[in-house]
Design a protein around this ligand. Structure first.
Ligand code: FAD
Length: 305
């Protein structure tokens, strides 16, 4: 079966849902493929405190639920399906999803980004058994336990602070001697009584048979290794853009992000990109949603041009 639409939006995170709202309000009846995670990364975020309009903060799932309701209210159609192949070589564009084939006059790519893995022994085997990439999802399993967080950026410190709600201690392991996180977050983490730091240190293996029991560490300057007991390993070392299926179809930069101009236009006229799939710099709900809105406005412009 082939379904045709004027506007096909790939992704239902803040960028895709904001694009859907704007395209729907322009009477374009957009179709949104949600992909594997309706709501995107926000749906696994405990609390968003920096989205304007919510001075008391808002839980991530509640925020994206409101995004979704608002887009649907104006006629956006959300489909629980994932794009697996695209052909942007001619119009209408063709997108093969797991259930249906879609053709579209315009496409907004908003497939976001995914957490990076350490790639060490034991990691894949122990996912869900103590290895986690989502504090909100798994933090409550570690009540009263000693856990580690791997990473030194904003996400790592934010999540470490969140995990102190549950854990007895949270040890932040970072491969360099300086953290990358912003100064305010660093101050909060350093002042927190449950947080400890192991800097200049890398995890070389995650230990345990059926459950995580520890991590093998290497101190980078000295090369010394030792085992550190822990019940949980939370990994926050960055993201890679979900652009594999656009290789050869759209111009990507050296890290795989979609290249756009300042009007969200990709290398293919009629295909636009918004949010973290095209933004390695800002990575926020508001900036992603803003790019989604801009992409939808560009679609309106393109279709009427
Ligand atoms: C733990 C955590 C905490 C955060 N806290 C904050 C915060 O407090 N404040 C803040 O502003 N930001 C925060 N962020 C960042 C924020 O969530 C992201 O910047 C934002 O979600 C990016 O939106 P996006 O729409 O570009 O992509 P994503 O949210 O990554 O959404 C991508 C969407 O694309 C879909 N998709 C993927 N592949 C396909 C495919 N092949 N076909 C169709 N659909 C596909 C996915 O299912 C998903 O719906 C946090 C992120 C994390 C992980």
């Amino acid at each position: 079966m082939i379904t045709h639409t004027q506007v096909l939006i790939l992704g239902a995170g803040p960028a895709g849902l904001a694009a859907a709202l704007y395209a729907a309000r322009a009477d374009l009846n957009p179709l949104v493929l949600t992909g594997p995670e309706l709501g995107g990364q926000v749906s696994i975020t405990y609390m968003v405190e920096n989205y304007p309009g919510f001075p008391e903060g808002v839980e991530g799932p509640a925020l994206v639920q409101r995004f979704k309701e608002q887009a649907e209210k104006f006629g956006a159609r959300l489909v629980l399906d994932t794009a697996v192949a695209v052909d942007f070589s001619q119009r209408p564009f063709r997108v093969q999803a797991t259930k249906t084939t879609y053709t579209a006059d315009t496409v907004i790519v908003a497939t976001g980004a995914t957490a990076k893995t350490l790639g060490v022994a034991g990691e894949d085997e122990l996912v869900g058994m103590g290895v986690s990439y989502c504090a909100t999802c798994d933090g409550h399993f570690f009540k009263g336990m000693d856990i580690v967080v791997v990473g030194g950026g904003d996400s790592a410190l934010e999540e470490a602070l969140f995990l102190t709600r549950y854990a007895n201690t949270v040890t932040i392991i970072h491969r360099r001697d300086q953290l990358r996180a912003g100064p305010l977050l660093q101050k909060r983490a350093r002042e927190h009584p449950k947080i400890r730091f192991l800097l200049d240190t890398v995890v070389t293996e995650i230990l345990g048979e059926d459950m995580v029991e520890g991590v093998r560490l290497r101190h980078v300057p000295s090369g010394e290794t030792r085992d550190h007991p822990t019940a949980g390993v939370f990994i926050f070392i960055g993201y890679h853009p979900n652009t594999d299926l656009f290789t050869g179809q759209l111009a990507l930069d050296e890290r795989g992000y979609i290249v756009t101009d300042k009007f969200t236009r990709t290398s293919v006229p009629g295909v636009f990109a918004a949010g973290e799939v095209a933004d390695s710099r800002y990575r926020q709900v508001i900036t992603s949603a803003g790019m989604g809105a801009a992409a939808a406005m560009e679609v309106v412009h393109f279709l009427s041009g």
